[in-house]
Design a binder for this molecule. Structure first.
Ligand code: G3P
Length: 218
């Protein structure tokens, strides 16, 4: 399972890169604004250079023409760029066109397996089901991942299921159990994955016992 970081914050990306477990990054207009990215092209280039893996940048146009022009601009930033398109008719049309131009697409704001199937047919490299936002309205987000994986496997689609809107560690585990190819995590969730109180207690006990036989240290 690949781990992407769902952020545009450079410090968070640097930390995750240093941990050696980061495969890519996803951004969206809200995350870019939060990171204070006034020059969005330079900011995305910096992220691509740091990550050296897929980095999703989102178009904000609503017509196919606007979306396509913005997609080409984003794609020119780095070969690592993946174009995030919303799941709309225009998004699908542009996805098909970018696919023919060998530019990878991440179809975002996916809330049903029917939408994911359409995105895969249009040649998307990734579909992003928003798990937390489905849970918010009392739908099982992880069930959607299971449906998407079943459909993609059955028809041999190469599109990867990128679980997004993950709010806590159990969302990550649910996404992994449901077979998501990628999980994109906010920094806070990634940080929480590593900790367990029994690990801390275990280390403390080992150190205490070790001191009994080697009080002078290692
Ligand atoms: O990757 C999508 C994510 O940024 C949305 O998360 O928590 O706003 O639903 P959230």
């Amino acid at each position: 399972m690949k781990f992407f970081l769902d952020t545009a914050n450079i410090a968070e990306i640097e930390k995750a890169v240093s941990w050696g477990i980061l495969d890519g990054v996803t951004t969206n207009p809200s995350l870019m604004a939060k990171a204070g990215a006034s020059n969005f092209k330079e900011h995305l280039k910096r992220i691509c250079d740091l990550v050296e893996g897929p980095v999703s940048g989102e178009v904000i146009g609503l017509t196919p023409e606007e979306m396509h022009a913005q997609a080409l601009e984003l794609a020119s930033i780095s070969p690592y760029m993946v174009i995030k398109l919303p799941m709309t008719v225009a998004g699908l049309q542009v996805c098909k066109r970018l696919n023919a131009e060998n530019i990878p697409v991440n179809m975002t704001l996916i809330f049903s397996s029917a939408q994911a199937l359409l995105a895969a047919k249009a040649g998307a490299s990734y579909v992003s089901p928003f798990i937390g936002r489905l849970d918010d309205i009392s739908h099982f987000g992880s069930e959607l991942i299971r449906e998407i994986i079943t459909i993609f496997d059955r028809y041999g689609f190469e599109t990867q299921c990128l679980a997004a809107s993950l709010r806590h560690p159990l969302h990550v585990v649910e996404a992994a159990l449901a077979g998501a190819h990628v999980a994109t995590l906010p920094w806070g969730v990634l940080e929480k994955l590593i900790h367990h109180p029994l690990t801390d207690i275990g280390i403390e006990r080992f150190l205490e016992d070790w001191k009994k036989v080697r009080p002078e240290g290692w």
